[in-house]
Every structure is written in C-alpha cells, then in structure tokens.
Design a protein around this ligand. Structure first.
Ligand code: NAD
Ligand code: DAU
Length: 362
C-alpha cells in the first residue's frame, strides 16, 4: 500500500525536492505532473533520469481529460498537490495566472480526484489521501508578537495568498461535502537548493556572487520564519503517511529573521566561502529599495501540532542550512546560469500596484 504517488508541481523548488526524496530515499513510485512554467525545471529532476520508479508528464492540472487518464492509468494511493504560481511579486504584476492555477486548477484537480477516489474500493479507498500544500501567508500579517496556529482565522492580503486561501477552502469543501480524505499543510518560507532566483535567498546569493546590488525592500525589518526545504519534505511525508484526514498542520522552523539579517548572513557566508579578490565585504552591496505593495510585516509559525502529534521536527539550523544552500549555488552554476540568461535576469518584480492601500484594509 501507499506506494504510488502523484506529485503535481514536481518540477518546481519544493516539489522536486519531494520527488527526489521519495524516489531516492523512500520506496515510492512517483508520477510527476508539471506544466513547466517559468518556475518548472526538468534539470531539477536530472538525478532521477532512467530511474524506473519515476515518470514525468508535462501537463496542466486544469486539463481534466489528461488528469483523469493519468489517474486511471497510474492509480495513485496519494496525490500531493504542489502545482501553483508561488511568487507574491508576480501576483502583484499579474494576478490572472494565480487565479487560474491556484484556484481553477485546484478545483479541477479536486473534481478528478473525487471521481477517481469514489471508483476505488476496499483497502485502496480507505488508504487514499489528497494532500494540499499551502502557505502560512493565508493567515495574513502578524505584529511583533504571536504566532500562527491551526486555529488562526484566514486573512490573506496579496493576490497570491488570497488565491492560496481560496484553494484551501475548496479542499476543505470537498472534504466536508463529498467526503474526500484530504490533508492540508501550511508552511513558512522555504530555502535551499534549486530555488528559482526570484525569491529573496537565491537572489541575494547570486547578486552577491556577481557583485551586483542586493535589493532589500523597505526597511528590511519584515520578518519571515525560515525552514530548510528538506525539513519541509520530511514534514510532508509524515503528514501524508500518518496525518489525520480532514486536519491541517502548520509547518515551520521556529527561525524568525528580519530580511536584513538574512541578507547580511548570506553576504558573510559568501565572503567566507568565496572571498571577493581585493573587493569590499559583500554587505556593501545591500541596497534598500522601494517596499513591496501591501508587504506583510511578520510571519511566525507555532508548529506544536505536527511536532506533538506526528513527531516531526526540523533537523537543519538556519546557519547550517544557509551554508549548504550557498555552497550548492556556488557549485551549480550550470543550473542557475541558463535561468539568468533566459527567463529571469534578476530584475525587480511587483511594483505594478499603487503603494498606498486604503487605510481600512491595510
Ligand atoms: P515553484 O514556483 O518553485 O513551483 C511550482 C511548480 O508548479 C512549477 O514547477 C510549475 O511549473 C508548476 N505549475 C504551475 N502552474 C501549473 C499548472 N497549471 N499545472 C501544472 N503545473 C503547474 O513553487 P514552490 O516554491 O516549489 O512551492 C510549491 C508549493 O508550496 C506551492 O503550492 C506554494 O504555494 C507552496 N509553498 C511554498 C513555500 C515557499 O517558501 N516556496 C512555502 C509554503 C508553501
Ligand atoms: O511564507 C511562505 C511563502 O514564502 C510562500 O508561500 C511563497 O510561495 C514564497 O515565495 C515565500 O513568500 P515571500 O514573499 O515571503 O518570499 P520572498 O522570497 O519573495 O520574500 C521574502 C521576504 O524578502 C519578503 O519580506 C520580501 C523580501 N524581499 C524579497 C525579494 C525578492 C526583499 O527584501 N528583496 C527581494 O529582492
């Protein structure tokens, strides 16, 4: 049982880490479904080439005929749903793709999953799980105290987080109304190898490496709760193997940092691993730039439930995880160079919206 798993979005940052783990270090047969948007990259799955326990299909989660055919043929025990538009800044420049993939796509996948699940019988039907991977951003923004928990009310504030919140609600509706055995996880900021360089940590590493300005939005005092991607992957596996259906689990590293602290740590790590010949320390590259419109101030996770109920805890510290990440970018220029010379050159994204939101909504 539980040996066949369909991973949507498996060519992205977290999805590819999950797929590599499931095939290389666990005993799953994996079907990866990914439409290969700008964020999808088959090079992130190269380590699995020729492995009989992995198959890749290029396709869109909104393509109901394709998804139905794949479910009937592959007959998964588990669907883990990571396909999404994931970058807040891009959701400000163009929300439409977020509505399409995160909301319409999740709806379409739920329809197909429910039909497939209803057709199962016996032990297969009992064991089936639909695991939806979501974000802490659905809970909005914290002040200087408090942490998000499973009972925090939803309060999304960007087109990205609103679309993810909508998808969470759809998943719960399919559980309550149609009985689909679902699980939801809401995780904090991930970092690690193979992350697309539009996100803060890889962007700062690559700009630091190239000696170009490292953009810090606003004051740099916004806080995120960082988790190494492989720790997230281990949490996902714990949840779909042992989590209680109908429940959600928050996942986070208890590792709050201001954005300024993060980029300073990256600069120091780069200076240590690859000193600039005759150049000033990389901290001098840090450049304060116009703030993100509607920028959430602080995220922090209370991961007590998954730790207590499922025995998960992160194994990487921020220092060790960041060093592993910096080393990976230093050693894998052949992965990131084509991106910088092709789909994304490191330019500023997300300034399309007016910066002064009406007071009652801010
Ligand atoms: P990513 O942007 O790196 O990858 C998303 C993947 O989905 C890409 O491979 C892309 O090609 C694919 N995709 C997009 N639209 C698709 C469609 N219509 N059909 C099929 N495939 C499609 O994202 P990520 O950072 O790996 O995030 C994965 C999931 O985890 C997302 O749901 C995201 O909301 C969630 N999440 C991310 C973080 C984080 O810090 N990155 C934290 C918490 C939750
Ligand atoms: O909290 C989980 C979320 O974390 C995920 O759901 C998202 O998919 C993921 O992208 C991430 O969202 P953030 O907006 O927090 O991540 P990002 O890396 O874009 O930004 C992190 C912080 O750094 C945020 O406060 C904005 C700031 N920032 C970002 C960039 C790209 C900068 O200061 N400069 C930058 O150039």
């Amino acid at each position: 049982m539980n040996s066949r798993i369909l991973v949507t979005g498996g060519a992205g940052f977290i999805g590819s880490a999950l797929v590599r783990y499931l095939v290389k270090y666990a005993d799953y047969s994996v079907l990866t479904l990914d439409s290969l948007t700008y964020a999808g990259n088959l090079r992130s799955l190269e380590a699995l080439e020729g492995n009989a326990r992995h198959r890749f299909v290029k396709g869109d989660i909104r393509d109901g005929d394709l998804v139905r055919a794949l479910l009937e043929e592959f007959r998964p025990n588990i669907i883990t749903h990571l396909a999404a538009e994931s970058h807040v800044d891009r959701s400000i420049d163009g929300p439409s793709a977020f509505i399409q993939t995160n909301i319409v796509g999740t709806y379409s996948l739920l329809e197909q999953a429910a039909t497939y699940w209803k057709g199962l019988s016996g032990a297969e039907r009992v064991a089936f799980r639909f695991h939806h991977i979501s974000t802490d951003e659905v809970f909005g923004s914290l002040g200087s105290i408090g942490r998000f928990s499973e009972t925090t009310p939803y309060d999304p504030r960007s087109p990205y987080s609103a679309s993810k919140a909508a998808s969470d609600h759809l998943v719960r509706a399919w559980a309550h109304t149609f009985g689909l055995p679902v699980l939801i996880t809401n995780c904090s900021n991930n970092y690690g190898p193979y992350q697309f360089p539009e996100k803060l940590i890889p962007l700062a590493i690559l700009n630091g490496l190239r000696g170009t300005p490292i953009p810090v939005y606003g004051t740099g005092l916004n806080v995120r709760d960082w988790l190494f991607v492989d720790d997230h992957v281990r949490a996902l596996v714990r949840v779909f193997e042992a989590g209680q259906t109908g429940q959600s689990y928050l996942v986070g590293g208890s590792n709050e940092q201001t954005n300024l602290q993060v980029v300073q740590a990256i600069c120091d790590c780069l200076d240590q691993l690859k000193p600039r010949l005759g150049g000033p320390p990389r901290r001098e590259l840090i450049s304060f730039v116009q703030d993100r419109p509607g920028h959430d101030q602080r995220y922090a996770i209370d991961a007590g439930k998954i730790m207590h109920d499922l025995g998960w805890k992160p194994s990487e510290t921020f220092e060790s995880g960041l060093e592993r990440t910096v080393r990976w970018y230093l050693e894998n220029e052949d992965w990131w160079r084509p991106i910088l010379e092709g789909t994304y050159a490191g330019q500023r994204l997300g300034l399309m919206a007016p910066t002064n939101a009406p007071e009652e909504f801010s």
